[in-house]
Design a protein. Structure first.
Length: 217
C-alpha cells in the first residue's frame, strides 16, 4: 500500500509538539493517538496498533503531548502525565489542527487513547463533539475523565484485558456514565499492557473495525 510518512511539529499555543503522521493513499479517516502515562509517541504498542489502522486505510498521528522540557520535569516528578486537563487541551488543539489544516485531508477524526491517555481523549471528545467521530480506549482509565464522561456524544469503544480486574471495574463504572454511546469489550487472557500473544492484535483489529465503521462517510 502506498503511504507517506513524515514527522511534523504541531503548534499548540506556545508549545511545539512533534508528531509522526502516516497517510495511506486515500485515507477514510485519521486517528490521533493519546499515549499512556510515562510513554511517548514511540510506544511500541501504539505503533503496532497504528500499523494495523494504516493497513485498514486510516491515517494515523502519534504525538508527544508534552514538550521536551515538560517531559524532563515529568520524568522527575510524574506530575504532568496525570494532568488530564492539560493533556486533553493539547489533544483538542491537535484535533483543531487536523480539522482546519487538514494534513490528512478532509476526513473524519478519531481518537485512540491508552491508560491515562484514554481519559484525555474522552475529555477532548466531549469538548470537540463536532469534530471527533469515534473514540477507542485500550486498557484505559476513562474514570479519570470525571464529569466530561456524561458529556461525551461520540461512539466510544472500551477495550480491557480480561485479567485486568481493577481496570475492568473502572471501565464498567465509566460505561454507565457514557450510556448508549459506549461499548465495553473484554479481551480474554490479557493483562493491562496486552503483552500476551495475540491480545494486542485483537485490540488492533477491533479498533480498526470500530474506526472504519464510524469514520466512513
Amino acid at each position: 500500500m502506498d503511504e507517506q510518512r513524515s514527522t511534523v511539529m504541531v503548534p499548540i499555543g506556545e508549545a511545539q509538539l512533534p508528531a509522526d503522521l502516516t497517510l495511506p493513499a486515500q485515507p477514510v479517516g485519521v486517528v490521533l493517538f493519546a499515549h499512556g502515562s510515562g510513554s511517548s509517541r514511540h510506544s511500541p504498542r501504539n505503533v503496532s496498533v497504528a500499523r494495523t489502522l494504516n493497513d485498514s486505510g486510516l491515517a494515523t498521528v502519534l504525538v508527544d503531548l508534552l514538550t521536551p522540557v515538560e517531559d524532563e520535569v515529568d520524568t522527575r516528578t510524574a506530575e504532568l502525565r496525570f494532568d488530564i486537563g492539560l493533556l486533553a487541551s493539547r489533544l483538542a488543539g491537535i484535533v483543531d489542527w487536523l480539522a482546519t489544516g487538514r494534513p490528512a485531508g478532509d476526513v473524519p477524526i478519531g481518537l485512540f487513547g491508552a491508560s491515562t491517555g484514554a481519559a484525555a481523549a474522552l475529555v477532548a471528545a466531549a469538548s470537540r463533539a463536532d469534530r471527533v467521530a469515534a473514540v477507542v480506549s485500550r486498557g484505559g482509565r476513562p474514570d479519570l475523565a470525571g464529569d466530561a464522561l456524561a458529556q461525551v456524544r461520540t461512539p466510544t469503544l472500551l477495550l480491557v484485558g480480561g485479567l485486568d480486574e481493577e481496570v475492568i471495574a473502572l471501565n464498567e463504572q465509566a460505561l454507565a456514565e457514557l450510556g448508549e454511546v459506549g461499548e465495553l469489550r473484554v479481551i480474554p487472557g490479557a493483562t493491562h499492557l496486552f503483552e500476551e500473544p495475540g491480545t494486542l492484535e485483537q485490540v488492533a483489529d477491533q479498533a480498526a473495525a470500530w474506526f472504519t465503521t464510524h469514520l466512513s462517510r
